[in-house]
Structures are given as structure tokens and as C-alpha cells.
Design a protein around this ligand. Structure first.
Ligand code: ADP
Length: 370
């Protein structure tokens, strides 16, 4: 006989078991769905973080290449791509040595030790190993650094040359005076020539000191500058120079009475005096020099030799001279070749513009517009 009670109990048990299993399945499903959602969110955050990180490296002024342990490219920023001629998409997984073929680089890559950087073609590279054999290759554009280095080398060579010339003359004369019995008037003549050379050396050292002071100080110390008295001093120097040069030059100064400005007196004195003395030095007998100060503008006009247009862009370079043979002609009054470099420097430091207008055989006008 069927035990109805037992059967009923079994059915109830089976049904509730089924419901329980179903509920549990549902709960597991729900938990699994939530877990997946959390993981997906976390993965999105990681991708965003990685993107932000790569964007930061992308914005770096330096080139960055990530290499795997085989030295294959995993990623590179645009700067590295430009400097090394890579394609950030196409070249992924390519061996770096197949793309950057310079022998110096291949030799560098084959080394074990990367504590120094490698320089070639105005680029500086250095490999930084990390992790399990991966490496970061950093690349910098050193065009400006190399140019500055070249300028420094040229400057030292120029200074040495400028010093050696008068020194050679001086030591030659000293030897002559020591070995040859000269008549008193000849001795006097030689001593005069020696004095000229030593004055040239002093002028050179003085201008070098002015330039190094300008280089060393970031900004001029500002004070109220009495332009009128500063130009009065320049006028006196200009007349003395014309007398020494034995030239009759019509020198006129037209300065706004009580003219003043904010600046560095010593720097402006240097700049004004260089422009005015140049005007006198490069103007022949019978010429004219006219200096005007009006409304924050100095203009120094001369009726001198003038300058051909091709020289104008280089005039303010240190030791650039249009006609080197004039140094001998001008003797002790020859410039150091640093005058206009000083003028340009002072102008920049005072927010002024140096304007040069010149015509060969007619004359020049140098203006400082503050
Ligand atoms: P320097 O000491 O040789 O005069 P500067 O730097 O003052 O050096 O000037 C550079 C060059 O510019 C000079 O050698 C000269 O050839 C030219 N120069 C400067 N001022 C004048 C001028 N007023 N007229 C003609 N040439 C000038």
C-alpha cells in the first residue's frame, strides 16, 4: 500500500529542494554578475590610468621608447618617433636595431653597461634597463646644447686670438729693445707702439668683464638714470676720440632737457658710449655725427663708411667685424669687436630694441628704442 504520507513528504522535500537549488543558483548568478561588473569597472580604471600615464609621457619633451627583453619596441612617444624616425603604430614589435641603424647606436646597444649617454646627430640617447630585462630608451634633442657648446668653443678661440695678437707684438718689441741698441727716438717710437698694444689688451679685458657681468646677472638693478648727464659724458668722450684720431668731425648732441629713465646707469653708459664711439671711429675726416634723445629713443647717426646689408644680421655677434684690416689702421682707438654685443645685451635687459639702418658710403643710424 502506498504510504501517502511518506510520498507527500518526499514531494514536499523534493519541491523545496528544487526551490532552494534554484534560489542558490540565482544568488550565485547575481554574485557572479556583480563580480564581473566590478572587474570590468576596475579594468576600465586601469585602462584610463594607463592612458593618462601614456599621455603624460607623450607630453614629455624627451623621447621615450619602451623596449622588451629582446629590445623590440613595445611603445614609443611622438618625440622619440620624430627624433629616431620611428612609426609609433607600424613599428611596434620591431627590433630597435632594425630601425635605428647608426653604427654607434648598434655598438651601444650591444653593451652590458649603460651608465653613460650616447651622442650622435644632435641627439643624446640613454638606455635604462628595468624589471625582467625590459628597458626604457630616453632620447633628447641636443641641437641647442651643441650650438651653445660650439659658441663657447668659438668664443674661447676668439678671445685667445685677440689676446695673442697684441701679446706677440709686445714680446717682439721687448726682445728688440733687449737685444738691439736703439737711438733714444727709436726707443720712444717702440715704447709708443707697445703702449698701444697694452691699451688694446686692457680694453679687451674691460669689455670681457662687462660682458661677463651682463651674463652673470639675470636682471639689471633699476635706478633713475639721468640720461642728460650720461650723454654729456658720451659727448666729451666723442670729442676726445675725434681729436686723438686727428679728424675734424661735426659732432652734435640734441638731448631733451632733464631726460630720465628707469634702468642701470652703468649698463646704459656702456651701451651709449659704444654706439657713439663707433660712430666717430667709422666716420672719416670732415664727416658728421648726430646724437638725438627724444621720448625714450636714442639715435646715433653718422655720415661714415656705412655697412653692406649682408653684414647687418651678424654685427652684434661677439668679435664680428666688417673689415678686420681697420684694426691696424685705428691703432689704440680700434674697438675690441665686443661693442655691439654689449649694446645688444644691454638693450635686451632693458626691454629695448636695437635698430640699425645703414648705406655703404652714406652712413649709419643706430637706434635704441626703449
Ligand atoms: P668694434 O670694436 O670692431 O667696433 P663692434 O661690435 O662695436 O666692434 O662693431 C662690430 C662691427 O660693426 C665693427 O667692426 C664695424 O665693422 C661695424 N660697425 C659698427 N658701428 C659702425 C658704424 N657706425 N659705421 C660703420 N660700421 C660700423
Amino acid at each position: 500500500m502506498i504510504n501517502w504520507v511518506l510520498l507527500g513528504a518526499l514531494v514536499v522535500f523534493a519541491c523545496s529542494g528544487f526551490v532552494w537549488v534554484k534560489r542558490r543558483e540565482q544568488r550565485l548568478h547575481e554574485r557572479y554578475r556583480r563580480l564581473l561588473k566590478t572587474e570590468a569597472k576596475r579594468a576600465d580604471e586601469h585602462v584610463a590610468q594607463l592612458q593618462a600615464f601614456l599621455s603624460a609621457i607623450q607630453a614629455s619633451p624627451n623621447g621615450v621608447v619602451i623596449l622588451d627583453s629582446e629590445r623590440r619596441i613595445e611603445w614609443c612617444n611622438q618625440t622619440a618617433a620624430r627624433l629616431l624616425g620611428l612609426d609609433p603604430v607600424r613599428d611596434v614589435a620591431q627590433h630597435i636595431a632594425h630601425l635605428v641603424r647608426e653604427p654607434q647606436f648598434l655598438e651601444y646597444l650591444s653593451q652590458e653597461e649603460f651608465s653613460h649617454e650616447l651622442r650622435f646627430d644632435n641627439k643624446a640617447l640613454q638606455l635604462h634597463p628595468y624589471g625582467l630585462g625590459s628597458a626604457l630608451l630616453l632620447v633628447r634633442d641636443v641641437t641647442d646644447v651643441e650650438r651653445a657648446e660650439q659658441m663657447r668653443v668659438d668664443f674661447v678661440a676668439n678671445v685667445s686670438h685677440e689676446i695673442r695678437t697684441p701679446l706677440t707684438v709686445l714680446s717682439g718689441f721687448i726682445e728688440t729693445l733687449q737685444t738691439i741698441d736703439l737711438a733714444p727716438h727709436e726707443q720712444k717710437h717702440y715704447l709708443q707702439l707697445m703702449a698701444t698694444q697694452s691699451q688694446r689688451l686692457s680694453a679687451l679685458v674691460a669689455d670681457l668683464l662687462v660682458l661677463s657681468r651682463l651674463d652673470a646677472k639675470a636682471r639689471p638693478v633699476l635706478e633713475r638714470v639721468d640720461i642728460a648727464s650720461l650723454l654729456q659724458q658720451c659727448e666729451h668722450e666723442a670729442r676726445t676720440l675725434a681729436t686723438v684720431l686727428k679728424r675734424k668731425i661735426n659732432i652734435t648732441f640734441d638731448v631733451e632737457p632733464g631726460a630720465q629713465m628707469l634702468g642701470s646707469t652703468s649698463e646704459l653708459q656702456s651701451a651709449f658710449s659704444n654706439l657713439v664711439s663707433n660712430a666717430v671711429r667709422y666716420t672719416l675726416d670732415g664727416g658728421a655725427v648726430h646724437v638725438v634723445w627724444r621720448g625714450d629713443k636714442l639715435s646715433v647717426r653718422d655720415s661714415g663708411l656705412g655697412i653692406a646689408p649682408e653684414h647687418l644680421p651678424r654685427l652684434t655677434e661677439r668679435f664680428y667685424r666688417v673689415d678686420k684690416s681697420r684694426i691696424r689702421e685705428l691703432g689704440e682707438t680700434a674697438g675690441t669687436g665686443l661693442g655691439l654685443a654689449i649694446v645688444k645685451h644691454v638693450a635686451q635687459r632693458h626691454g629695448a630694441q636695437l635698430d640699425i639702418q645703414s648705406t655703404v658710403g652714406v652712413g649709419s643710424t643706430f637706434s635704441l628704442i626703449f
